[in-house]
Design a protein around this ligand. Structure first.
Ligand code: HEM
Length: 207
């Protein structure tokens, strides 16, 4: 927290009155990388060579090569309602077991699990991963429990497609039941340029 706090202080100091802060959220890591719903979060993230291939813009967009699209959403959970569900139903909604984090196949019911709805496969049958760096946050005394969704992607359409499958449902109407217990309060899309582009932009601004 010390280094994050200091970075934030320096950043705000240098930006001065050119910006105004509308929200400030301090996240933390919770037990074995769990979200506040109690499930291990981030397991299916890409790693090794897949990591760069899923998250960094490639030659398809020359000027922006090496950058990444970053989508964030601040979710608040109704933890009281969530805790009233049986473990079985919670696991069905997420698509993984709670204690040992093993994937569960969907049953015949039309409403698929979060894991299945968030799996995006293109017309050629290629699955597109994103990197999720979700952070739990909250204030137990204020009954505030949340997940700050942070997703990095090479292609913005992949995250948009995930959101469409979660919110509209697949088939339409069979939306993600995680959303019955999780409400997005803010959200935005950033583009994080690679260092050479940032340096060029900074250089141009200083001229
Ligand atoms: C309330 C907010 C959310 C919570 C608590 C949450 C939690 C989880 C959990 C527990 C898993 C299973 C373990 C894992 O593989 O990480 C998972 C998987 C996943 N989630 Fe979420 N998630 C949230 C929102 C989102 C959003 C908004 C997106 C995309 C726009 C997303 C995309 C994914 C993906 C891609 C997977 C992996 C699917 C696979 O197995 O291939 N999640 N999430």
């Amino acid at each position: 927290m010390d280094i994050c706090f200091e970075f934030e202080r320096l950043l705000l100091q240098s930006l001065g009155s050119s910006i105004s802060v509308v929200d400030e959220v301090q996240g933390f890591r919770y037990f074995d990388a769990r979200d506040l719903l109690g499930f291990v979060d981030g397991t299916a993230n890409p790693n090794g060579l897949d990591l760069a291939a899923s998250t960094l813009v490639g030659d398809e967009d020359g000027e922006f090569c090496g950058g990444s699209y970053v989508v964030v959403q601040k979710y608040l959970h109704d933890l009281t309602a969530w805790q009233q569900l049986s473990n079985d139903l919670q696991e069905k909604i997420i698509g993984r077991t709670k204690i040992d984090n093993v994937e569960i196949d969907d049953d015949a019911a039309p409403q698929k699990s979060h894991k299945s709805l968030a799996t995006v496969v293109d017309a050629e049958g290629v699955e597109h991963d994103i990197l999720r760096d979700n952070m739990p946050f909250g204030r137990a005394g204020a009954n505030e429990f949340g997940t700050y969704f942070i997703g990095y992607s090479r292609y913005l359409w992949v995250i948009e497609k995930m959101l469409q499958r979660m919110y509209v449902g697949e088939p339409a109407g069979s939306y993600d039941r995680l959303l019955d217990f999780s409400t997005p309060h803010t959200g935005t899309t950033f583009f994080a340029p690679a260092r050479p582009l940032l340096q060029a932009m900074a250089g141009a601004a200083l001229k």
